[in-house]
Ligand binder design. Sequence first.
Ligand SMILES: Cc1cc2nc3c(=O)[nH]c(=O)nc-3n(C[C@H](O)[C@H](O)[C@H](O)COP(=O)(O)OP(=O)(O)OC[C@H]3O[C@@H](n4cnc5c(N)ncnc54)[C@H](O)[C@@H]3O)c2cc1C
Length: 323
Amino acid sequence: MDNLFVYILHQEGALHDSAAELAAAAQGLAPQATAILAGHGPGLKAACDQAAGLFPQVWKIDDPGLAQANAELLRPLLTRLIPAGGVLLLAHEHFGMDLAPGLAVKLGAGYLPDAVALAGAHDGALLAVREEFAGLVSAHVSLDLARGAVITLRPGAFKALEPGAAGQIQDKSAEALAGGLPAARRRYVETVAAEAGEVDITKAEVLVSVGRGIEDEDNLELAFDLAKALGAEVSCSRPIVDAKWLPKPRQVGTSGKSVKPKVYLACGISGSSQHLGGLTGAACVIAINKNPKAPIFQRADVGVVADIVQFLPLLTKAVNAKA
Ligand SMILES: Cc1cc2nc3c(=O)[nH]c(=O)nc-3n(C[C@H](O)[C@H](O)[C@H](O)COP(=O)(O)OP(=O)(O)OC[C@H]3O[C@@H](n4cnc5c(N)ncnc54)[C@H](O)[C@@H]3O)c2cc1C
């Protein structure tokens, strides 16, 4: 496929976690994908250097007005750079969701949000898969390549690419900014850092995840003890957040976070489609549930039929004994 582009986010000189996943998705479609990074100064340069390890070609757009990511400013710049029929991939996170639909309109391209797989190009169409109705239905979507496409990819759905040989970095600032920066109706105010101690479950390698089966708020301690023994983080299903037993940033699922741990221990979680929607990127799912017919066992790689209130302390003891 010709004209494949990937928009890459970065902050303080480091690429966003999605960069390597986007690179893998792009490599599956075409060997010659071009990464586009916008920003300003040394941070942008450092990010472009890293992106060159993932993409054969990197386009840089450097301007003081782009120091903070602003989708409103970027849309016209990307419209100048991406040719008719071009395909742009970007991450389905807040910025991508903001940038992508309006950009697709400006490019006259098709728009597909939250794709979980790309099946390649056939007969002038790009085939992609997205989950509908919170994962109950897999929709296979065909995008007309003559029109081009803007596609956001679900974090965790693609296995990250390892950095390799250095690609070429090209400064496209003059071309992108030929008409100058547009007047923006929104402006950057401030960056609010996450509260100290707040966990980022999307980065955890092992998650001990609790659901309504934990029965009592006091029993959460059992999950935290196991997480400590395993060097894991604790996440949860939505009812635990609704009950205010754990904060929203720990919720996994379609209205929570998409996670990609190596091991996900689902403890007392039934396996609703909304919960499983956040598990696409989990490498190994271990389910512990007292109901052998719980749907989570269909997704699980390993299943344990047990009462978690009794089983979790035994597991913690066994892990600690091995340490
Ligand atoms: C628009 C929308 C968005 C949603 N988004 C999300 C989301 O992002 N994330 C999410 O999780 N949910 C989400 N939900 C809610 C979702 O539909 C389910 O209600 C929820 O996932 C169920 O959580 P659960 O598995 O913890 O609870 P339940 O479905 O009640 O399951 C509890 C499980 O624990 C087992 N159990 C009970 N006691 C024990 C015990 N002692 N030992 C072992 N097992 C035990 C039971 O057998 C059962 O399987 C959403 C719903 C809607 C409508």
